[in-house]
Design a protein around this ligand. Structure first.
Ligand SMILES: Cc1ncc(COP(=O)(O)O)c(C=O)c1O
Length: 468
């Protein structure tokens, strides 16, 4: 244990059960659950309430990019609280940290995306971006441009609208969604492409899906396409090469705005502050950001919008027109001060360079797990990778959800010193960007032992039999 704090895990469990409603929890476990309680942290490691030290393969939730317990961050946040803990961002009021941070990150944004609208997290960034698009088309006299195209297995957030443009089938359960103006295309997942189709043909087909949908709806009715460059929470789906550029070209052709959701891919996870232009060769109309924006130390989100769009709204015609969207904690000065310090650390320590050189090693080492009999696919890029378990490698049949494969892997990995994120029959890795090669080797070794143990367990229980 790092500090002298002692935690009574059983007592915490009881209070948790009595009072806390968790996001994404199986409500059937509400009265019996014993959650993992993460109590402390340092560098790339977390400690649970019993003092167990684990490498954080999740990076909190794709967000603790600079690693934990940075004293400089503590200081910057404390200093800001001391000088100005909060002030309203509404109307004609601003604060120095939000002005300075907005200006600093706008320098990294591609093309003419030089204006930033701060929010409180990723969902509110996506929601605000979509509302901005609605506002824009209403403003310029094209109110019929209302339809939004997105993809299955996308994750864009948990407000009504951001959840509606998300597309993970498992999240559709008992909630309601906007359905009349939101359209989902099939996911561009090369691993699940039809047998016999090359990756290039698959790319053609997925680009055609978009073009066909725009033509079906009528380009004059389609407002925007929203996409994560890599579909993160959908299982780190890496679209076929050229897909992002070609879908962007289709949007340009039909005057459909392109929103690149970089909540996960931004701030270093792919080795760039914004991956859209340097990695995928696109300059979107809007980019959304959160998570690594402050490395998760304090909540913050943002969307960046092009001068091309913004300037149309801010001339004399804008007089008396209000973009009536925003939050009490938009552009929170403490969050912006944390963002400034986070960016300073990323630059000073050349964390982007570190990710560019270490990222390929991370993926290459994880791909060695493909020799395990239940590992069907290992995919990703740099510091975001997914390991997909299948019941049959030849047919790619996923392991059924009720086998709880991901949770089984975690149960074996934790005592060995690693926490990873479960996603049905997949596990996802998105560690702090500062992990070194020794820590990567440890992660891979622990995963190998854990997946092996799970395969043995499934065999013993008669659920699965090796084809070999
Ligand atoms: C790509 C993407 N967009 C948006 C969000 C929503 O962000 P938040 O949970 O901060 O609201 C997430 C969260 O994981 C995400 O992965």
């Amino acid at each position: 244990m790092l500090s002298n704090m002692r935690y009574d895990t059983e007592a915490l469990w009881a209070k948790d059960r009595d009072h806390i409603i968790h996001p994404w929890i199986d409500l059937g476990t509400a009265k019996t659950r014993q959650p993992l309680i993460i109590a402390e942290s340092a560098g790339a490691h977390i400690y649970d309430s019993d003092g167990r030290r684990m490498l954080d393969g999740i990076g909190g939730m794709w967000c603790v990019n600079i690693g934990y317990a940075r004293e400089e961050m503590v200081q910057a946040i404390a200093d800001q609280i001391r000088s100005l803990c909060y002030y309203s961002p509404f109307g004609l009021i601003s604060t120095p940290p939000s002005i300075e941070f907005g200006t600093r990150i706008a320098q990294y944004a591609p093309g003419d995306l030089k204006h930033v609208f701060f929010t409180t997290g990723g969902s509110t960034a996506v929601d605000s971006a979509l509302r901005f698009v609605q506002f824009y088309f209403n403003f310029i006299g094209q109110p019929e441009k209302k339809h939004i195209i997105t993809r299955e297995y996308a994750y864009h957030g948990s407000t009504y609208l951001s959840a509606s443009v998300s597309g993970k089938p498992g999240d559709r359960g008992l909630l309601d969604f906007v359905t009349d103006t939101v359209h989902h295309l099939p996911a561009p997942n090369p691993y699940r492409r039809p047998d016999g189709m090359t990756e290039a043909e698959f790319c053609d087909a997925k680009v055609k899906d978009l073009e066909d949908k725009i033509l079906e709806l009528g380009p004059e009715r389609v407002a925007c396409f929203i996409g994560e460059p890599l579909l993160a929470s959908g299982g780190v789906i890496v679209p076929p090469t050229g897909y992002q550029r070609r879908t962007w070209e289709v949007c340009r052709k039909y005057d459909v705005l392109y929103i690149s959701d970089e909540v996960v891919t931004g701030f270093g996870r792919l080795g760039e502050i914004f991956a859209s232009e340097p990695v995928f060769d696109i300059v979107p109309d809007i980019i959304t950001s959160a998570k690594g924006l402050t490395s998760g130390y304090v909540p913050l989100g943002a969307f960046f919008v092009s001068d091309r769009l913004y300037d149309r709204l801010t001339g004399p015609e804008g007089k008396g027109k209000y973009f009536t969207n925003g939050f009490t904690y938009s552009a929170h000065p403490v969050a912006c001060a944390a963002g400034l310090k986070n960016l300073e650390i990323i630059e000073r320590e050349n964390i982007l360079g570190h990710v560019r050189s270490t990222g390929p090693y991370f993926l290459e080492r994880l791909k060695t797990l493909l020799d395990l009999p239940i590992v069907g696919d290992v995919r990703g890029s740099h510091m975001m990778v997914c390991v997909e378990c299948v019941a049959d490698k030849a047919t790619k049949q996923p392991m059924p959800g009720d086998w709880d494969v991901a949770y089984r892997i975690i149960r074996h990995a934790m005592p060995r010193g690693l926490l990873v994120r479960p996603l049905s029959h997949m596990i996802v890795l998105s560690p702090p960007l500062t992990v070194n090669k020794t820590e990567i080797d440890q992660m891979v070794d622990i995963l190998r032992a854990s997946i092996r143990a799970v395969a043995d367990e499934l065999m013993r229980e008669g659920l699965w039999r090796s084809a070999a």
